[in-house]
Design a protein around this ligand. Structure first.
Ligand code: C2E
Ligand code: MG
Ligand code: MG
Ligand code: MG
Length: 282
């Protein structure tokens, strides 16, 4: 209570207990304005090396604070933005912002961390995606190896040949590619072997009951082994407890991301984290 109203709002957002449910039409109209009005901002969730505890990267996650309705979680407006086509504009905005931030952290002298940006299917299929990404890198001055694009299985497997073509171009620029929410979609193992992917993100649904669900344990172990064999990095999402972390470490999952380490943080808190010690848990 003594922390004030603002803190409750953040808590409510993260728990997705936000109750206001404006109708789709007004939401879409508002979303169109949100980008110009500066209602969107980005939180960054740290990613760590599970053994050394080192900060290895941050994932950019978009946030929308509507002047009247308050915080609207991505689970509500991303699907809407996808349906209306607005997602392309939104994703472009996030990409630009995230690259600018990462570059400014470098300029401030912090050890460089990679920034991961989520791409929607629509954005991934834009004919000028490769051109746009290279322009953003050029404009912001961020070295390409510090940008990672997160795609999902369905995006990648939808049209594997076209995907191969796009990913090869992105890889040639030096950008990293990761496969988000891995395990809940459909992946052809054959393509997984061929596609130029750097990292797999184990979906948080498998991590949730990892401590006592033998099925989840088997799946997680299998994904980790697969990644090691294919020489891919592997990161577990949604790590919330010490037990989950212990399990992941024991099974050589080298990278982790989740509330146990840190929630997605506003920009100034990322800077504090970089300044006062990356290995400290929040
Ligand atoms: P995602 O890319 O899989 O991002 C991870 C989500 O898990 C984030 O939710 C994050 O806040 C949440 N999370 C992280 N650690 C934990 C944990 O320990 N426990 C639990 N329960 N949750 C955790 P968020 O920020 O609400 O985003 C939801 C989804 O919205 C993202 O899933 C992503 O698919 C999409 N999204 C977010 N930002 C963007 C964006 O800029 N562009 C696009 N296209 N999609 C985005
Ligand atoms: Mg993601
Ligand atoms: Mg996702
Ligand atoms: Mg995910």
């Amino acid at each position: 209570k003594e922390l004030g109203k603002n803190n409750y709002q953040i808590y409510a957002l993260e728990q997705e207990k936000q109750t206001v449910a404006p109708d789709m039409m007004s939401l879409e109209i508002s979303l169109r304005r949100a980008v110009q009005n500066g209602e969107l901002h980005i939180h960054y969730q740290p990613q760590y090396n599970s053994v050394k505890g080192e900060l290895i990267g941050v994932e950019a996650l978009v946030r929308w604070k509507h002047p009247e309705w308050g915080n609207i979680p991505p689970s509500q407006f991303i699907p809407l933005a996808e349906e209306s086509g607005l997602i392309a504009v939104l994703d472009q905005w996030v990409l630009k912002q995230a690259c600018e931030r990462a570059k400014s952290w470098m300029n401030q002298g912090f050890a460089p961390v990679r920034v991961s940006v989520n791409l929607s299917m629509l954005q991934f299929r834009q004919p000028d995606l490769v051109h746009f990404v290279s322009r953003v890198l050029w404009e912001t001055g961020l070295p390409p190896e510090y940008l990672e694009l997160e795609l999902t299985e369905s995006m990648v497997m939808d049209n594997p040949d076209m995907t191969m073509h796009i990913l090869n171009q992105l890889k040639a620029m030096g950008i990293r590619i990761s496969l988000d929410d891995f395990g809940i979609g459909y992946s052809s193992l054959n393509y997984l072997k061929k596609l130029p992917i750097d990292r797999i993100k184990i979906d948080q649904s498998f991590v949730k009951d990892l401590s006592d669900d033998p099925g989840d344990q088997a799946i997680v172990q299998t994904i980790i082994t697969l990644c090691h064999t294919l020489k891919l990095h592997v990161i577990a999402e949604g790590v919330e407890t010490e037990d989950q972390l212990d399990y992941l470490k024991r099974h050589q999952c080298e990278e982790v991301q989740g509330f146990l380490y840190s929630r997605p943080l506003p920009e100034d808190e990322v800077v504090k984290l970089m300044r006062y010690g990356a290995a400290k848990r929040y």
